[in-house]
Design a protein around this ligand. Structure first.
Ligand SMILES: Cc1cc2nc3c(=O)[nH]c(=O)nc-3n(C[C@H](O)[C@H](O)[C@H](O)COP(=O)(O)OP(=O)(O)OC[C@H]3O[C@@H](n4cnc5c(N)ncnc54)[C@H](O)[C@@H]3O)c2cc1C
Length: 428
């Protein structure tokens, strides 16, 4: 039997590529587990997306999770296993107790923010914690390639000598908001190593429209129910909707925008947007527009909707807003109900990766072990965060994913040398 005590004595050396949300969390847990942790970040400071998140306040987590709202083309079961590896309650406790970062729930949305309302405090708390356990941040360190060696990995950098390490964690994010450092490096690394990378697309991005009827409503915001459907998929959201000069935005629109993006990318452009402008249902609207009631159509609509939108919806339904309810014909009432409850909203495109909050698609989850995030084909290589084929809706879901997978990858990477040596030890 071979004895490897001497080799086990040196701590594992872990390189984490990308100091964004997932990379910082991986660094915290790799360093806490005793690994020599090197955080390699191409920008000057890292965590740029974290700093601009939630309008600079960082919606760090949701207060409740509905797993069915996550989107992936990979195995949903694998995704759930990865999410459940660090349940929401434990994540909240970690930020509050371990990082001493009190969180506050926003009453109307249920979103959690740091009590200080400062995204910078989240970034700093994670970086300080990792550094207090010995992690080192190398900024302006652009990783160009990762390659397996007989033992461990070699990390090649643009302007520095290569680094030899025991494990590499790819936490490079996706393609969205390139000025934050995202350029899709992680997808290229994965492809070069023969891994399956599912088609990427912008998600959580505003939608554009050339239809002048709705442009006049720019600035109006209201809660809606919206569904985007195409031949392949469907996604619904109930949240705030915002008319803009170029089209539509707000959390509800962002949440469904990936359906449009994919229908364009797949050359179909067949996606339909259907909006229920109030949270009233068909029976409630029917009763309000009842023939026997007094008043005008616009008078009834105005009670439930911003006046300018009410007028545009009347025009959309080809109904004179001044018409009294008693004058309203059956076909007009039907068109009005359609406009109010399932308005077919015209769209032309989307704002793309420039402003998309996340990238959909990415490294297929079948490529990694759900518990450790270690690559099945390449031991010692780990993935976490947005580079993987999962994203969630607005509301702290994307950080939930980054925290859970970042933690698992950090622990897994710190443990990989032990695993390797234990594996060798048993061999004669
Ligand atoms: C405007 C905006 C607001 C958002 N608000 C929220 C919110 O409030 N709540 C929420 O849950 N989600 C939010 N998100 C989404 C969230 O920010 C992302 O899901 C999350 O940051 C992904 O984490 P990540 O670590 O995987 O990637 P990133 O945070 O993008 O980090 C990747 C890091 O890797 C670095 N990198 C890339 N390639 C290399 C390379 N080759 N060498 C070295 N370094 C490299 C990049 O510079 C970057 O620092 C928001 C996104 C945006 C754009």
């Amino acid at each position: 039997m071979v004895t490897l005590q001497g080799e086990n004595a040196a701590p594992p050396r872990v390189a984490i590529v990308g100091a964004g949300a997932a990379g910082l969390m991986a660094a915290v847990f790799a360093a806490r587990a005793g690994a020599e942790t090197l955080l390699l970040e191409r920008t000057a400071e890292g965590g740029r997306k974290l700093l601009i998140s939630g309008g600079g306040r960082c919606n760090i987590l949701p207060s409740e999770v509905d797993e069915s709202l996550f989107v992936t083309d990979s195995s949903v079961n694998s995704m759930k296993k990865m999410l459940r590896s660090w349940p929401l309650r434990e994540q909240i406790a970690f930020f509050e107790k371990e990082l001493r970062l009190p969180l506050e729930k926003e009453a109307e949305t249920g979103k959690l923010f740091p009590a200080s309302q400062r995204a910078r405090d989240v970034r700093d708390a994670m970086l300080n914690d990792a550094q207090s356990f010995g992690a080192r941040l190398y900024s302006q360190a652009f990783v160009t390639k990762v390659e397996p060696r007989a033992e461990g990995w070699r990390v090649l950098l643009a302007d520095a000598p290569p680094l030899d390490v025991d494990a590499v964690v790819i936490a490079t994010g996706g393609l969205s908001v390139p000025k934050t450092g995202s350029d899709g490096s992680g997808f290229a690394f994965a492809r070069k190593l023969g891994l399956k990378v599912n088609t990427t697309y912008p998600a959580l991005t505003p939608v554009t429209s050339h239809d002048a009827r709705f442009h006049s409503l720019a600035g109006i915001a209201l809660p809606v129910e919206i569904t985007a459907t195409d031949a392949a998929r469907s996604y619904a959201a109930r949240d705030a909707f915002l008319f803009t000069h170029r089209g539509y935005s707000g959390p509800a629109v962002l949440d469904v925008s990936h359906i449009l993006a994919r229908s364009i990318d797949e050359g179909r452009r067949d996606a339909r947007l259907s909006v229920n402008w109030t949270l009233l249902d068909e029976a409630e609207w029917q009763s309000r527009l009842d023939h026997g009631r007094t008043g005008s159509v616009i008078g009834v609509l105005r009670r439930e909707l911003p006046e300018r939108l009410a007028e545009v919806l009347c025009a959309h339904a080809q109904v004179d807003p001044a018409r009294t309810l008693s004058q309203l014909r059956k076909d007009e009432r039907r068109r009005l109900l359609d406009a109010l409850l399932r308005c077919a909203l015209p769209w032309s495109g989307h704002e793309g990766y420039r402003v998309a909050e996340v990238t959909g698609g990415g490294v297929d989850l079948s490529e990694v072990h759900p518990k450790t995030m270690e690559c099945r084909k390449h031991p010692g290589l780990f993935f976490c965060g947005e580079v993987l084929d999962v994203f969630g809706p607005i509301g702290g879901y994307n950080f939930l994913w980054a925290w859970a997978t970042g933690r698992a990858a950090g622990i897994g990477a710190a443990d990989c040398k032990t695993q390797r040596n234990q594996g060798t030890k048993t061999r004669d």
